[in-house]
Design a protein around this ligand. Structure first.
Ligand SMILES: Cc1cc2nc3c(=O)[nH]c(=O)nc-3n(C[C@H](O)[C@H](O)[C@H](O)COP(=O)(O)OP(=O)(O)OC[C@H]3O[C@@H](n4cnc5c(N)ncnc54)[C@H](O)[C@@H]3O)c2cc1C
Length: 491
């Protein structure tokens, strides 16, 4: 069989040189203090660190390197961690070297794509970060409606490249989120009622497993692994690329926000609940309770991805709930809508989130939610994302993603700009959630906070846990990849 190397158009001569092994090695690194998988001190001999650096095409960053501080930062400012090593991988070859090094030295290992883990799981204190940020690239094949996406790519890049061909697939609602982390844990988004979860549209994954081997997981090869990667998170290896199914879609949609004063919230939430089952899959409406310039409001975020005149009819019914105080719903590019929250959920601020799935939303539940929200401080936001439609077309054991069948995904989000007062804010959101938690059953692992004990993750996998543990034993028996929605290998 012929072996080929595909070079992206912008590949530099320096990169080609590096491909041939000319990477600079940091001279005289000295021994490096690190943390092990079992949270013990490890001393990494300088020579082995130098050898590792020499095997990588990308940089190996250590504390003190000028690029180290910027590279170690993740989306949630709460997680200001200092890994011993950051392996800035440029491709599968680097990932394999990094996995081998991490395994051989039994290092605490984090894998980072978009860096948007709410609970800081893509960084670590004293371990190694296998950093995929340089592995960015999306290639769309319009004839087959497929997108081939490198694992460090962001959702905005997937949406942008797909839209250029009149194609799209479900991705999340903030463009700077990483495609890999989102897809591995599920993937809800504005097109989800129509096309299902992002992981339902992931047809194949390229993976480096814990033993450093490269495997492809697809329907016709390693199908067990494909099942596990669709919702089982980063448990089984480092995903280096994902192939997605795309769907025909007009790049112009009807989208934007409707807002009403909070005294309309009961009507607005009840209308949402009562109408949901009758809405076509092209209509996605998130209901939210928000603070706008110090005033509590209720909002609908609308995305209609179908035929425009039908969309106008649905929009008229939403506007008729009560006269909105704010209304900017109009025809716009889907990619513009996808970036509309990017600034308000920017990198580096401080965030705390609680979430759960709702099987129903009774009048009493609505009243309880309103009561909790109106006693909450201004940093809080409460959202209800619909999780019906195409999400329900896939059985809960057909992929590892367990939480099918709910009506809503509810999230309570707090955001603040500086580290001060974090403990107090976190205590308040925990207290608010204590009152809401009885409404929920199960939670979305991708939005789980750092409080969530491992036992809760495992319970959340429900009937899929056993199979996930078998897969874990097959692909990562030493639990090298444990900074995720972790399952233990079956013994
Ligand atoms: C602003 C914001 C908006 C969001 N919106 C949505 C939304 O609309 N819909 C939705 O479903 N979710 C949403 N989420 C949650 C999102 O799905 C998770 O935060 C997701 O993990 C982000 O992926 P990432 O690649 O950016 O994260 P990272 O922090 O890089 O990784 C998250 C987890 O996945 C693992 N991982 C990442 N890449 C790989 C890989 N290539 N191989 C193996 N393991 C890997 C990491 O080790 C870590 O455990 C949002 C989160 C944020 C912060």
């Amino acid at each position: 069989m012929k072996r080929r190397v595909f070079l992206a158009a912008g590949t530099s001569l320096a990169a080609c040189a590096a491909l041939r092994g000319w990477t600079a090695v940091p001279p005289g690194v000295g021994d490096v203090a690190a943390r092990s998988l079992d949270d013990a001190d490890v001393n990494l001999p300088g020579k082995s660190v130098e050898d590792f650096a020499a095997r990588l095409r990308g940089e190996l960053l250590l504390a003190g390197d000028p690029a180290y501080d910027a590279r170690r930062r993740v989306w949630n400012g709460l997680f200001d961690r200092r890994p011993a090593l950051i392996a800035c991988c440029t491709g599968t070859a680097d990932v394999r070297h990094a996995v081998d090094f991490a395994r051989e030295h039994k290092l605490l290992t984090a894998v980072r794509a978009g860096g948007h883990s709410i609970s800081g799981k893509s960084t670590c204190e004293g371990g190694i970060v296998i950093d995929l940020q340089s592995m960015r690239g999306v290639r769309v094949e319009p004839e087959s409606s497929r997108a081939y996406v490198e694992a460090g790519s962001l959702l905005g890049e997937l949406d942008h490249e797909s839209a250029a061909f009149g194609l799209a697939t479900t991705s999340g609602i903030v463009a700077h989120t990483g495609a890999a982390g989102l897809t591995l844990g599920g993937g809800f988004g504005r097109l989800g009622r129509r096309f299902g979860l992002s992981c339902d549209n992931a047809l194949a994954f390229d993976v480096v497993t814990a033993d450093g081997h490269f495997v492809r997981a697809a329907e016709d090869q390693n199908a067990d692994l494909l099942w596990g990667l669709r919702g089982g998170g980063g448990n089984f290896g480092v995903v280096t690329a994902i192939e997605y199914r795309l769907h025909r879609m007009d790049p112009m949609i009807l989208g934007g926000y409707l807002m009403w004063p909070i005294d309309k919230a009961r009507d607005v939430l009840r209308f949402h609940r009562d109408s949901l089952a009758g809405w076509p899959p092209e209509l996605w409406v998130e209901a939210a309770l928000v603070w706008s310039e110090g005033v509590p409001m209720v909002a609908y975020e609308v995305c209609w991805s179908g035929e425009p005149s039908a969309g106008e009819r649905h929009l008229a019914s939403l506007r008729a709930v009560a006269k909105p105080a704010f209304d900017d719903v109009a025809a716009l590019r889907y990619t513009t809508m996808q970036a509309s929250l990017d600034e308000s959920l920017a990198n580096g601020k401080y965030y705390y989130v609680k979430n759960g799935f709702l099987d129903s939303l009774s009048d009493d539940s609505i009243d309880r939610v309103l009561d909790v929200f109106q006693r909450a401080p201004e940093e809080f936001l409460l959202f209800f994302d619909p999780t019906d439609g195409a999400y329900h077309d896939v059985a809960s054991d057909a992929t590892a993603f367990p939480n099918r069948g709910a009506l809503y995904w509810m999230g309570l989000v707090a955001k603040w700009p500086t580290p001060e007062g974090a403990d107090e804010k976190i205590a308040r959101i925990r207290a608010a959630w204590k009152e809401l938690a009885p409404l929920a059953s199960g939670f979305y692992t991708n939005l789980a906070d750092a409080d969530e004990p491992l036992a809760a993750y495992r319970e959340n996998y429900g009937g899929n846990l056993e199979r996930l543990m078998e897969l874990k034993a097959k692909y990562d028996p030493m639990n090298l990849f444990r900074l995720n929605a972790n399952v233990l290998p079956k013994s």
